[in-house]
Design a binder for this molecule. Structure first.
Ligand SMILES: [Zn+2]
Length: 110
């Protein structure tokens, strides 16, 4: 088991988690419930951590995050579901999990 991502911004961690889980990577989330209510600025010492359960997934997980987090040339996108503004790195709205409006390329199907 290896840690792939941590950040003091729980929304960013949540989005990273979505990215990895949507790729079928099994995760363990540490400190998810530490620090009380989301929105309070009280938990600087308890960053949420994402751990890959299977070491075999570690490289793939890193690659996914690397790709997602480095693709920052595009502007933020507005969620058509709830109107939230999301970082371009994220494939889903952090609030309602909707897909962004057309970003080129259809989903690979499922
Ligand atoms: Zn939304």
């Amino acid at each position: 088991m290896r840690m792939v991502y941590t950040n003091d911004n729980r929304m960013l961690v949540g989005n990273a988690r979505n990215l990895l889980e949507s790729a079928g990577i099994e995760l363990l989330v540490k400190n998810e419930f530490a620090g009380g209510v989301i929105g309070e600025l009280s938990a600087f010492d308890a960053w949420v951590e994402l751990w890959v359960v299977e070491d075999a997934d570690y490289r793939r997980a890193c690659k996914i995050l690397e790709t997602a987090l480095s693709d920052r040339n595009e502007p933020d996108w507005h969620c058509s579901g709830c109107g939230e503004i999301n970082d371009v790195a994220f494939e889903y709205c952090w609030r309602c999990q909707s897909r962004p409006p057309a970003r080129g390329g259809a989903p690979a199907g499922d």
